[in-house]
Design a protein around this ligand. Structure first.
Ligand code: NOJ
Ligand code: CA
Length: 492
């Protein structure tokens, strides 16, 4: 008898990067009304839940991952009324809604940080990390992790961009304030969250240098803040304050957590989260003697096996994911150009026929390759723009910079989705999109693939249908449900 898991542990989560999904109001920017119009397509595909990349007001120093107001909707994406319509339309179809909560840092323009930087004696000074002298930490996005604040004469810590100051999680008032945000959205009827940058919340006490000349030699650059001991206790404390239970669907971005440590996070009965998004498939790319791309299939299967074996005895399952808005597309990473369609199907079968929580990223179901950029002015991600400036400053040629961007930029998987090859802007928008659509993506549009029974899209649909059938068969006797996630929304 195969092990039994909670129904939501095997559901299908579809990641939406809203700016590029579908534009409802014709301003060239994807939005919540545009997304709501597409729910029937996603249901047809077999999607049970959506995870939306951040939808809150943000100065977009990191496209939504720098939040200036956690309790509202960015005007680019619509209004609270649009949010509620989306929520209700999802629930009406038996689908669930997850928001992306950015809890490690805020925007520099968030009122908490404005108060914190107002003076050294501000009541919110200790909500962030301020120091008279910086340590030697590097930002995950490159460059020093500290920025000088002229007005108060101290440095503040940011593990990402300077516009994303890190909150001090050792302060219970910070955990409480973040928990109230989560509670607000639960009261609004969301069914769970994806927690951004979860594994860097806890910094080593005293913020010591990475390389103070200790015995044992230099330590890895992130050793002082990645997956530190005690992190889990803070996350549990936060989840309790927020009223997040094991019946919610919660995904943690889990760089640095090993499979063997994962049961404490997601296992029965104590794990505070549903699933972890580990990073172990991020670096398994290979090239053959001719320089053609491929993947290390041994590493792929070893990873799958180790996560399943570590979790299943604890009543939990791995998250199965291949793509997201931070990574290049798998068919470009792992397959030569002439084999992309077959490869997309092979990766789908090898991944989503495993037991676990299936997580897809928009466009993956179409087998989209990386967007190809012919000029650097079409790149939009601030991380790309900074890298372009840095490479230029090092004297790299424009052609070499473009080649580098076409290999690694986050823009490669963030361009607008093609819906219908026969419509202007391939049905994404009635206006010029905020970032150009790759013309090579247009023949891969949803509508045309839906009509072609051999398409990658129809293959995904078949694989996901197979998962649904199996899941029903595996449910405990007496429990029949067409609702994939146990909890019913409080607003229904
Ligand atoms: C991970 C997110 O997926 C990424 O897009 C973002 O830039 C960083 N966290 C910082 O919030
Ligand atoms: Ca719009």
């Amino acid at each position: 008898m195969p092990p039994r898991f909670r129904p939501w542990q095997e559901c299908v989560v579809y990641t939406v990067w809203p700016r590029s999904f579908a534009d409802g109001n014709g301003d060239g920017i994807g939005d919540l009304p545009g997304l709501t119009e597409r729910l029937d397509e996603l249901r047809w595909l077999g999607v049970d839940a959506l995870w939306l990349a951040p939808i809150h007001p943000s100065p977009n120093a990191d496209y939504g991952y720098d939040v200036s107001d956690y309790l509202d909707v960015h005007p680019d994406f619509g209004t609270m009324a649009d949010f509620r319509t989306l929520r209700d339309e999802l629930h009406r179809r038996g689908m669930r809604l997850l928001l992306d909560l950015v809890i490690n840092h805020t925007s520099v323009r968030h009122p908490w940080f404005l108060a914190s930087r107002a003076s050294r004696t501000s009541a919110k000074r200790d909500w962030y990390h301020w120091r008279a002298r910086p340590n030697d930490w590097e930002s995950i996005f490159g460059g020093p992790a500290w920025t000088w604040d002229e007005a108060t004469g101290e440095y503040y810590l940011h593990l990402f961009f300077p516009e994303q100051p890190d909150l001090d999680w050792s302060n219970p008032a910070v955990r409480q304030a973040l928990a109230e945000i989560a509670r607000f959205w639960l009261d609004e009827g969301v069914d769970g969250f994806r927690f951004d940058a979860l594994t860097v919340l806890k910094k080593e006490e005293g913020l010591p240098d990475v390389t103070p000349g200790e015995p044992g030699g230099p330590r890895p650059a992130w050793s002082r803040f990645l997956a530190r001991p005690g992190l889990l206790d803070w996350v549990r404390d936060f989840a309790e304050r927020a009223g997040i239970t094991r019946d919610h669907l919660t995904l943690g971005e889990a760089n640095g957590i090993a499979a063997t440590d994962a049961p404490a996070w997601v296992g029965e009965p104590q794990g505070p989260l549903s699933a972890l998004l580990h990073f172990e498939l991020w670096h398994i790319d290979t090239t053959d003697a001719q320089g053609r791309p491929g993947l290390d299939t041994r590493a792929f299967s070893d990873t799958a096996r180790s996560w399943y074996r570590a979790l299943a005895p604890h009543g939990a399952l791995p998250a199965l994911y291949l793509e997201n808005h931070d990574l290049p597309r798998i068919v470009s990473r792992w397959a030569p150009p002439e084999r992309r369609a077959q490869a997309a199907k092979a990766f789908a079968a090898a991944t989503y026929l495993q037991r676990g929580l299936a997580v897809l990223y928009q466009g993956q179901e179409l087998g989209l390759p990386n967007a190809r950029f012919t000029r650097s002015s079409d790149l939009r991600d601030p991380l790309s723009l900074r890298r372009i400036a840095a490479l230029r400053a090092q004297g790299m040629s424009d052609a070499a910079i473009l080649a580098e961007m076409n290999r690694s930029a986050r823009d490669l998987s963030r361009t607008p989705i093609p819906w219908d090859a026969n419509r202007p802007q391939a049905g994404f928008s009635s206006a010029e999109p905020w970032q150009p659509m790759d013309p090579a993506h247009i023949p891969l549009a949803w509508r045309q693939q839906r009509e072609d029974e051999d398409s990658v899209l129809n293959f995904y649909r078949a694989i996901l249908a197979e998962r649904h059938t199996k899941r029903q068969e595996l449910l405990p006797a007496g429990l029949t449900t067409s609702v994939p996630i146990a909890r019913q929304s409080t607003t229904q």
